[in-house]
Design a protein around this ligand. Structure first.
Ligand code: PLP
Length: 421
């Protein structure tokens, strides 16, 4: 079997479908013509699950809210990286996440989720799910799974957990959560009547450098806007898992109508051809930039998975077990506070001052006042989102140019007087 990177240019598409075109065209169409009324009937029977598919019978194309070649081929290609049985793509990461939470949670149940999670996810959990009677309990990445289990059992909610949702590495701190340990907890809390699903937001390292299904997770979620899209020019999302789980997700997607459009599907297929090249280059660049920052006199500390070592204990063990590369996200504390962090950000030239991540160009932002502005001040400090924290997503530029840009920006930072004495 070929490796995924060898298949990204062709898998799932046959040129004879489109006049020999080597690339899959954009099927910019809302509906598909049936050859006969009988065929249309048969397609609908499968789409609505009215009967099992026959041998060699594939679901036919009906209407672009249900299926479209650009979506299906993209989904097939995404499956290869995570070795998933099936995939559903969405018009944003948030629509993939919200659809999965809606599908696998019921009123009266609790969602157990890691904190911090992406701001949009946190808002959806607290403000939207709660309106539908789904309660939530957060836990910090540094809480030991055994302590977490005891805490929930003591509080009498362990039996009401409907789903576990984790984001690892945590954004923006890079703290790791043990996916295998969380999957074991979910198994413990599952009953013959009800399975507790484990969903992992794998946007930070996936699909190349972390494969949660291998570690026992049930669902993988992506903001495909980030590494998968990779060029800061498209918003999209994906959910991967078993055929049975994704069949449920696709059914809800049909009725919410939040599938990706054909143009988005085409853009992501184009991006997938260079996914591995981009991510490997970004990780190699990040290692060099991280080493430079770790030794800089104006840097208080840096968190980068590639700098973890045995002295980091449990975090290093988790890293060894579940990550295939440190990726390209850096969390850097500049000496001083917000003023010093802002001076650094404002002085950057090649690295752009913007939220988002995983793109070909390097991006930097200030979590405390930007991506994580919605979190209460005390909570922010507790989870390590300090006023001097800057998050940098490393791109594919030449690493010497990146270091040069960061060097000149740090030179503009005036250290507070106390530090000069
Ligand atoms: C950006 C992001 C999301 C949301 O994705 P959109 O494509 O912006 O809807 C979710 N999770 C993580 C970790 C993200 O970085």
């Amino acid at each position: 079997m070929y490796k995924p990177e060898s298949l990204m240019m062709s898998y799932g598409y046959q040129p004879q479908w489109s006049e020999g075109a080597i690339k899959c065209p954009i099927f910019q169409t809302s509906t598909f013509v049936f050859n006969s009324a009988e065929e249309g009937k048969a397609y609908f029977e499968l789409a609505y699950g009215l009967r099992e598919a026959g041998v060699e019978e594939n679901p036919g194309l009906i209407y672009s809210r249900l299926n479209n070649p650009d979506l299906e081929i993209l989904e097939n290609r995404l499956c290869l990286w995570d070795q998933a049985e099936d995939c559903a793509v969405f018009e944003s990461g948030m629509s993939a996440i919200s659809t999965a939470l809606f599908e696998f949670l019921n009123p009266g149940e609790y969602l157990l989720y890691s904190e911090p999670v992406y701001g949009g996810t946190a808002h959806f959990i607290k403000e939207v799910l709660s309106k539908f009677g789904v309660k939530s309990i957060g836990f910090c990445p540094d809480e030991d799974p055994r302590d977490l289990e005891q805490r929930l059992e003591k509080a009498g909610v362990a039996s009401k957990i409907g789903m576990i949702y984790i984001e690892t590495p945590a954004n923006p701190t890079n703290t790791l959560i043990d996916i295998e340990a969380m999957s074991l907890l979910a198994q413990k809390w599952s009953t013959p009547e009800k399975k507790v699903y484990v969903a992992v937001d794998n946007t930070y390292l996936g699909p190349l450098f972390q494969n949660p299904l291998e570690l026992g997770a049930d669902l993988i979620l992506y903001s495909a806007t980030k590494y998968i899209g990779g060029h800061s020019d498209v918003i999209a999302g994906a959910c991967l898992g078993s055929s049975a789980a994704i069949a449920r997700i696709k059914k809800l997607r049909t009725f919410l109508g939040n599938m990706a459009g054909p143009w988005t599907g085409w853009l992501l297929m184009r991006s997938l051809e260079t996914l591995k090249l981009r991510m490997e280059k970004q990780a190699a660049n990040a290692q060099k930039v991280a080493q430079y920052l770790a030794n800089h006199s104006k840097v208080e500390s840096i968190s980068y998975l590639g700098l973890l070592s045995e002295k980091d204990g449990e975090q290093y063990d988790i890293y060894q077990r579940q990550c295939k590369s440190p990726g390209a996200m850096l969390s850097v504390k500049i000496k001083g506070g917000e003023e010093e962090a802002f001076a650094f950000l404002n002085a950057l030239k090649l690295v752009k001052l913007a939220v988002s991540l995983g793109s070909t160009e390097s991006l930097a932002q200030h979590p405390a006042s930007m991506t994580h502005a919605g979190i209460e001040a005390e909570e922010k400090l507790r989870i390590g989102i300090t006023p001097n924290l800057v998050r940098i997503s490393i791109g594919v530029e030449h690493f010497e140019d990146l270091i040069h840009d960061i060097e000149q920006a740090l030179a503009k930072v005036q250290l507070p007087e106390v530090n000069l004495i």
